[in-house]
Structures are given as C-alpha cells and as structure tokens.
Design a protein around this ligand. Structure first.
Ligand code: FCB
Length: 485
C-alpha cells in the first residue's frame, strides 16, 4: 500500500484520479464576506453571538472578515489562477430575506448573481450552499430552529435563490453540517445561538432536517431537471477506545447521535430506535409529526462529506470529568445523554485545532456511506487543516504540513474510489484564511493567506502545490469546464 508520504511527493497525484473528478475549494458567507450592513443585509445569529462578550476568541467578529464582499473579483481571479474546477460558497440568508415580513432584497440577490457570473466567466463552477449556520436574527427571535416554522421559511428562501440562480448554478446544497447547527448551537452552546439545552438541540436537529426536506422540494420545483441537490454532513469516524463493552456502547451512542440520526431519516425515512431510546430522558420526540420523515427522505442527488479528524470514545467517565470532544470548550456536552462518554485523541500529529491527523478516518467515512447508500454520488465538500503559518521575510508562506495533510487525505479519497466509493470531487477547506467561528481569526485554514488588517491575499505554498495537482489532472482529461445554458 502506498503511504501518505509517497503520495505527498507524488507529482501525478492529480492524474491518478478518475476523469471528471471535481477539484475545488470551499468557504462560507459569514466566515469571509464582511460587509455585514451592506446592501440591506440584517444581522444573523453569528453577528449577535460574535458581538456578545466572551463568546468568540479575542472578541473577534465577522464584521470585516476577509472582505470578500468587496474583493470577490480578486478572489475569483485567484481561483482561476489555481485552476479550480469548482468553488463552494454559501449564501447569507439575511442578505436575501432581511426581515420577518419575507420581502426579498434585490441588492443581496444581485451580489450572488455577480459572483456566479464572475465564476462562470473564469471557468469555475459555482457550488452553492443555502445554509452555513447564519440564521437571520429575526427568525431566532421567533424561536429559531426550535420553531417548526423556520423550516417553512427556509424553503421559501431556497425557492427565491433557486429561481434567481438555477439557470447557472448546477450544484446545490441545502444545509452545511446540521450537526454543528443543532448540537454545538443548542447543547454545548459554543456556536450561535449559544443555547445549552439538549432537548432544544434535538428539536432543532429535527427542524433542520425538515428544512432540508422542504427545501429539496422547493428547489426541485424551480430548478432545471439536471441540477444536483445535496446535503452536506460531517459524518464522524467513530472508534471505540477498546473492545470493552463500556467503550463499544459509548461508540454506538455517539455514532447514533453523529451519524445515524442523520443517515437513517435522510436515506431511509426513520429515526434509529436506539437513539430514540437513549434520549428518552431528554425528550419524547413529540416534535416529529406525520409526514415529516417522508419530507426528510426526499431523494437527493449527492451527499457532501466534511471530514477533519476521527472521534475516539470510551465509556465510564465520572460525572464532571473533562470531555474534550474537539469542538470547543464548554461545561456542557454537545452529546445529549452521553454524560459518561470520554472523548480521546487518536494518536499521531495534531493540527493547530489540536485535531489528530488521520486520513484513514476519511476513507472509513466514505466507505461507510458507499455501503449505506450505494450509487449515491459523494463529494468531499470540506477537508483541510489549520496551522500557525506565517510569511517569511520575503513574504512567502511555507506550509508543508498543510500540503502533507491535503495530500494524505486525497490519497485516502483515491483509495476509497479504488474500493468502489463513488466520490466525484474534493473541496479544500478553505480557499482563504477566515473567521473560524468561536476561534475567531486565531486559526488559519486557508491555502491562501489573508492579512486581515489590509485584506491582502498571498498564495501559500500549499495553494501552488494544489494548483499543480489540479493541472496534472486537467492536463490529462481537460474536465471541469462549467457549462452555461
Ligand atoms: C467545519 C465548518 C467550516 C469550518 C471547518 C473548519 O465544521 O463547516 O465552516 O469551520 O469546520
């Protein structure tokens, strides 16, 4: 078997991928755009959260972020220079529907319209995500994701964006990582809206999935038939620390809450019995109504997979014992009814997030999805690493560990494809250094460095290397040119 090191230095890593494989990079609206009050945008829950003292590292906010709203043309030019086949971005809901009365803000739509046109002119296919965690604050004021009506509002918003951009955008995603929105947002509270109530988290979880299902129907009604509609999850590569039944039962429960609580309803139209049982002390699940699971399991065209690090668990923790699961410090666990579960570090080197580097986890997740949803195309919609890289005196940013991380994970993707998984693309997280949620600007995931004071962009070595990988691939089969209708 080839090792990660071999692959990291292999000049033909790109050429080794199947024809048509999509090479991309990803961002999200609140993490890069800034311009939070421009063109009629109103606050989202992340504006409120980041402006609440103590919520985000150093008091950082997305007010300016990477200034992408003003600099999008420069960013698209960077993408074209790298040879990206696709760019995954998200739309800020409160730019499009800024108020509770539901009116549509034409200036907000016009921004994404210009962005999509610039991408197509540059030969980069747009991949659009409707929800990357920035719920309009006016909806939060009405209960947010714990209010069932938010799902209906999401479908209305999806229809508006679909009608406007469906003629040019082929790849659509409803939600990004609903696990984080539900459980980091409502159980551990390390993400907006900062709630720490496990019952609220499970309610939000269900309404997020309902929103996904209703948005699938709304998009189908307005998009041309050949468009791809997907859901992006962060499936966990859950491993028990040992074969001890305490540990394997902890792994079963965490797998239930991280993976099966999404995959069973979306792929099979039911919630897993053991998860319903495990969480009975938290909620009676009476928020699930007749017809919801049929809506949630509406067929999708692809599944997006975001992967960074595996999840190693053990059972038998004492009450109050530290439970660092890698998602940010909180006295409250994001995992309902898992008070006795300990989260351990996998062995090996770690990134600046303190996340162990373990590409086998990506392989395992892809093979599991391949087994659970045979024939459903998969895309790695996020993968990458934060490191404390800085420019040298000449301005060069040497980031060999990020390059090695990406290369090793691409090799895992290649292995999964070789074993039969239908992985159609890979998006590096992230194109740009950006606002990393509760970590603010302290963690840099970009293959392009952003100097946040000046907004200046500098290609890191990993970006140059990624461009060479893409060039090797495109040179071979010349794919990735987006088509205009
Ligand atoms: C994912 C998020 C993305 C980014 C990476 C590091 O969970 O989708 O916005 O923060 O983690």
């Amino acid at each position: 078997m080839r090792t990660a090191t071999d692959d990291a230095t292999s000049p033909d890593l790109g050429a080794d991928f199947p024809p048509g494989f999509v090479w991309g990079a990803a961002t999200a609206a609140y993490q890069i755009e800034g311009a939070v009050a421009a063109d009629g945008r109103t606050p989202s829950i992340w504006d409120t959260f980041s402006h609440t003292p103590g919520r985000v590292h150093d008091g950082d906010t997305g007010d300016t972020a990477a200034d992408h709203y003003a600099r999008y043309r420069e960013d698209v030019a960077l993408m074209a220079g790298l040879g990206l086949g696709a760019y995954r971005f998200s739309v800020a809901w409160s730019r499009i529907v800024p108020a509770a009365d539901g009116r549509v803000e034409p200036r907000g739509l016009a921004f994404y319209d210009r962005l999509v046109d610039a991408l197509l002119d540059a030969g980069v296919a747009p991949a659009l995500t409707l929800y990357h965690w920035d719920l309009p604050q006016y909806l939060q004021d009405a209960g947010g994701w714990t209010n069932r009506d938010t799902a209906t509002r999401f479908a209305d918003y999806a229809r508006v964006v679909g009608e406007r951009l469906g003629d040019r955008v082929r790849l659509w995603t409803t939600l990004n990582e609903p696990w984080c929105a539900a459980f980091l947002g409502h159980a551990s509270g390390v993400h907006a809206p900062g709630v720490t109530d496990p019952a609220a988290a499970l309610t939000a979880h269900h309404h997020l999935l309902l929103a996904h299902g209703e948005a699938v129907a709304a998009l189908r009604a307005v998009l041309p038939a050949d468009r791809s509609v997907s859901l992006v999850l962060n499936p966990a590569a859950v491993r028990a620390a040992s074969a001890d039944p305490l540990d394997t039962d902890a792994a079963r429960r965490v797998d239930g809450l991280a993976n099966r609580i999404f995959l069973d309803p979306v792929l099979r139209g039911r919630y897993p019995e053991d998860v319903l049982r495990d969480t009975a002390s938290v909620t009676d699940w009476s928020f699930v109504r007749d017809g919801d699971l049929a809506a949630i399991s509406r067929p999708i065209d692809a599944m997006g997979v975001n992967y960074y690090t595996p999840t190693v668990v053990a059972g038998g923790a004492a009450p109050g014992e530290a439970r660092n699961d890698g998602h940010g410090a909180s006295a409250f666990s994001p995992w309902p009814a898992c008070e006795d579960v300990r989260f351990l570090h996998a062995p090996g080197p770690r990134t600046a997030m303190d996340w162990p580097v373990d590409p086998d986890g990506l392989y395992d997740v892809l093979m599991r999805l391949h087994a659970e949803a045979p024939g459903l195309p998969l895309m790695v919609t996020e993968n990458g690493a934060a490191y404390e890289d800085a420019p040298d005196p000449d301005g060069r940013v040497a980031d060999p560990r990020r390059q090695a991380y990406i290369a090793a994970h691409l090799a895992a993707v290649r292995r999964a494809i070789g074993a039969g998984a239908e992985v159609r693309g890979y998006f590096v997280w992230s194109l740009l250094d950006n606002f990393e949620w509760a970590y603010g600007y302290a963690k840099r995931f970009g293959i392009v460095r952003v100097d946040f004071a000046s907004g200046r962009r500098t290609l890191k070595d990993s970006a140059r290397w990624y461009a060479s990988v893409i060039a090797a691939h495109r040179g071979r089969d010349g794919i990735g040119e987006p088509q205009r209708d």
